[in-house]
Design a protein around this ligand. Structure first.
Ligand code: NAD
Length: 424
């Protein structure tokens, strides 16, 4: 395969977008042709059928994927997405971003991602358990604390990770908690992991507000997606004193310029699963939410929501990418010509999740557990280091913040490939 052509296997808009980002970054730092193709292209992918017995006795087939983008600097790391529209191309793009993210944060991991084509809301708890166990069972030769370590992503959670850890542990004959992260605390989950991604988003947003001279108590925030990342981002920013004026999920959104009671919204969604009919403000669509006049806009749901079409109409000061890949290449170009909007790019903005996953893996391997305070303090330090590196690169190279973050991550992965050489 010619490195300048995109793959046949991973054909998808999201993969093309991740490749375009890579090409721009690789050109910007003159990445050597010796490592360019090897650094860009995912190392390997596993696609498999998942037969699951439904509660009514029928056996239903699902399709699953795991893409391991890089194993050059250690085991690969990345979430598993249970979502009805997921494709192997999307998973491959997300795996690429995980590689740059881990490298930027200075973690000894490569990137990976997984997915199952399923709407988990249509499964009973028993069906979800059987699917989760079957998923990890199918990739047993390719996962493990030194090979590849899954974690939660869209549509999966702590309980799913608990079932996966148990399935793998039954296979090896003893509890092996370090095979997945984002587990329940009772079997080696880390304090602070559940809130880590949103907490990290809030920490970085706070730093940028301080730089802009905007007191956080005067900041208004609109958040798309009210799952793990969106919900915890809302909670952490509200805790710091910001006013959350809009939230949404796949059923639509709520706008309240006086401020939304985030705790109440979280209690409501914990019980009702969706925000629909929560009240607490005026209903708005997801599209309207993105164009609200606010200080901080945080897309925390899916990819490609900031587009060529709405990028000129954004009215935020800070675009905090809690989600992976929320901004298309075309939208990026538009935002580069709108310096009044500070973009905190996904590979930096949501890296709190994988940073605390790294801490969880360390704690599992040492069987020595840290307090939530220790975890969050270490998280802040690691995020600040990554952010400082991005700001330095940005100033030195006169890059956008995204290009600065991507070039740092990509260069580190490429350096590892160069140092290892090509086998045989
Ligand atoms: P989640 O399943 O917990 O929540 C997803 C949320 O997005 C839900 O509220 C859902 O209703 C909403 N949503 C789904 N489709 C939507 C649509 N079309 N429009 C509006 N809202 C929609 O998932 P999550 O773990 O919070 O992940 C969200 C994003 O953050 C993803 O891009 C994921 O890759 C990224 N991320 C997650 C983590 C993590 O630790 N969980 C870490 C880094 C990045």
């Amino acid at each position: 395969m010619n490195q300048h052509h995109n793959s046949r296997l991973y054909q998808s808009e999201v993969f093309r977008m991740a490749c375009r980002q890579f090409d721009l970054a690789a050109d910007a730092i003159n990445l050597s042709s010796e490592v360019r193709g090897r650094t860009k292209y995912p190392r390997r992918a596993i696609a498999f059928a998942l037969p699951v017995r439904r509660d009514d006795g029928r056996i239903q087939m699902f399709e699953g994927y795991r893409v391991q983008h890089s194993l050059a600097t250690g085991p690969s790391k990345g979430g598993v997405r249970f979502q009805q529209d997921v494709t192997i191309g999307e998973v491959a793009a997300l795996a690429m971003w995980m590689s740059w993210k881990c490298a930027l944060a200075g973690l000894p991991f490569g990137g990976a991602k997984g997915g199952v084509v399923v709407d988990p809301r249509t499964l009973s708890p028993g069906e979800l358990e059987r699917l989760s166990r079957r998923y990890i069972q199918e990739i047993i030769p390719f996962v493990g604390p030194d090979i590849d370590i899954p974690a939660p992503d869209v549509g999966t959670n702590e309980q799913v990770m608990g079932w996966m850890a148990d399935t793998y542990s039954n296979h090896v004959g003893h509890l092996e908690p370090a095979v997945v992260t984002g587990k329940p605390l009772a079997i080696g989950g880390s304090a602070g992991r559940r809130e880590a991604t949103g907490h990290g988003v809030a920490h970085l947003v706070h730093a940028h507000l301080q730089e802009l001279g905007i007191p956080i108590t005067e900041a208004t925030v609109a958040i798309q997606g009210f799952g793990n990342v969106g919900g915890e981002t809302a909670l952490a920013l509200a805790h710091l004193g910001a006013r959350i004026v809009a939230i949404s999920d796949y059923t639509g959104g709520i706008h309240n310029s006086g401020g939304i009671d985030v705790r109440k919204a979280l209690e409501y969604t914990a019980y009702n699963k969706v925000l629909h009919d929560f009240g607490g403000g005026e209903p708005i669509t997801n599209a309207q939410l993105l164009e609200l006049d606010c200080t901080v806009l945080a897309p925390c749901a899916l990819e490609r929501v900031i587009t060529e079409e709405n990028a000129p109409r954004l009215r935020c000061r800070i675009l905090a990418e809690g989600a992976n890949g929320p901004t298309t290449n075309a939208a990026d170009k538009i935002l580069e010509r709108r310096p009044e909007i500070e973009v905190i790019p996904d590979v930096l903005c949501n890296s709190g999740g994988v940073i605390v996953s790294y801490f969880e893996w360390i704690q599992n391997r040492q069987s020595y557990y840290w307090s939530r305070e220790e975890v969050l303090e270490k998280l802040h330090r690691q995020l600040d280091q990554a952010r400082d590196a991005v700001e330095r690169q940005r100033r030195k190279m006169k890059f956008s913040r995204r290009l600065a973050a991507l070039t740092l991550g990509i260069q580190r992965v490429a350096d590892a490939k160069l140092a290892r050489g090509l086998f045989p």
